[in-house]
Design a protein around this ligand. Structure first.
Ligand code: 13P
Length: 251
């Protein structure tokens, strides 16, 4: 039985006092059972404070990006060594906003996934098609290529530890959610691809999330699908109360 992983991606939102207040609000309220894992993906400056605040709670703290090198002359970048050093456990890689605005490619995502694995971070690898690609019936091939390229060169064991987030770009921040059956179809395809490149056992184990306008009103329906193991949530993760509702739905 796979657990549900609910990750809130705050993107470029909140100031430190708001970030800390959020964690105080949810601490002690996140279900303690093994069925659900709660992750908060915050901006770099808040990470040390949030890791500290999350100690002794079930909440894990993630970064939203990182560089693939360990150190060096890369002004403005943050390395996997630095993230691991401060107690961050997960890192979002290849989010569509990074692919679109910051020149992230399948190749850099792959380098970052390897670097995350090397330094004990769990990557949350984002994949997903544009509206144009969906309308041209290219969803499955686009997503398949992104998954294969992101996971290239990883062992089955490493692939099994990765989280994949299927986020159709047209559903992000638009209020449009993929229907639960459409979302499940793509997640099932991702699982099949993982089975081909790793093993059936890995495919059965890997966590595949859906992301794109997930909110308390649609989470139950999405999580009821057999191949959707959680959610990567933007807007609805910004309020402690709605984030908690999403986590409770996964418990
Ligand atoms: P929304 O939940 O705001 O649509 O954002 C989804 C997302 O991009 C999470 O990474």
């Amino acid at each position: 039985m796979r657990k549900h992983v609910i990750a809130g991606n705050w993107k470029m939102n909140k100031v430190l006092s708001e970030a800390e207040a959020f964690l105080e609000n949810i601490s002690g309220k996140v279900p303690e059972n093994e069925k659900v894992e709660a992750i908060v993906c915050a901006a770099f400056p808040f990470l040390p404070a949030l890791v500290e605040k999350a100690k002794g709670t079930k909440v894990k703290i993630a970064a939203q990006n990182m560089h693939f090198e360990e150190s060096g002359a890369f002004t403005g970048e943050v390395s996997p060594v630095m993230l691991h050093d401060i107690g961050v456990t997960h890192v979002v890689l290849g989010h569509s906003e990074r692919r679109e605005y910051f020149a992230e490619t399948d190749e850099t995502v792959n380098k970052k996934v390897h670097a995350a694995m090397k330094h004990g971070l769990i990557p949350i690898v984002c994949v997903g098609e544009t509206l144009k690609q969906r309308e041209a019936n290219e969803t499955m091939s686009v997503v398949e290529t992104q998954v294969k390229e992101a996971l290239k060169g990883l062992s089955p064991d490493q692939i099994g530890k990765t989280i994949i987030a299927y986020e159709p770009i047209w559903a992000i921040g638009t209020g449009k959610t993929a229907s639960s059956s459409d979302a499940n179809e793509v997640c099932a395809h991702i699982r099949k691809v993982v089975g081909e490149i790793a093993s059936k056992e890995t495919a059965d184990k890997i966590i595949i999330q859906y992301g794109g306008s997930v909110k308390p009103a649609n989470i139950d329906e999405l999580l009821s699908q057999p191949d959707i193991d959680g959610a990567l949530v933007g807007g609805a993760s910004l309020e402690a109360e709605s984030f908690l509702q999403l986590v409770e739905a996964g418990a």
